[in-house]
Design a protein around this ligand. Sequence first.
Ligand code: IMP
Length: 197
Amino acid sequence: MEKIILASNNAHKIKEFKEIFNTYEVVPMKEIGFNEDIIEDGTTFEENSKIKTTAISNFLKSKNLNYMVMADDSGLCVEALNGEPGVYSARYGGNHNDQQNRDFLLKNLEGKINRNAKFVCVITLQKPNGETIVGKGEVNGTILTKEVGDTSFGYDCLFHSTELNKCFGLATAEEKNSVSHRGRAIKDLLNKLNMSK
Ligand code: IMP
């Protein structure tokens, strides 16, 4: 199977990518010895995903390795907060702490009637020749007033998916993958990758 290096150390993301990108061998970046902190200082999801693929591609080049590299950037965009937390989703509450991020989100939404939101995911795949392919996906929902179900990943326990009519915190992995922003971005990317062959 052809290898793709994934620019993430997040166990949840690695699992989701492996499940959906199952015709490739998805290898997390730490398994190729990449342990640097990548500074994600882009202002869009696409910019941030490209910052990550570029850093790892440069590392691979320095080791004379020719693998494809894939990086996603994702986040929650809330209508009443003008698209926040957006690219700042992982550190919205000040630290990289999911509970603080969720508490801050609920506080900012106090008194707001419009609780519409969407998760957005952009994935860049960079080939060894430098060519890039970009996949995009979104999923719509609303922000609940209280946490529900599994609290172990980001804003899942506050996001009620319109299509599933269920909170992501209560959804199985299959249910979530079938509608999720990441699932959709991966499928978009796979289609574009297959068409580019
Ligand atoms: P990234 O690792 O820079 O893409 O950060 C994305 C942040 O957005 C994560 O730390 C989560 O807080 C949030 N996020 C993205 N996707 C999801 C999801 O599927 N469920 C819950 N939170 C998510």
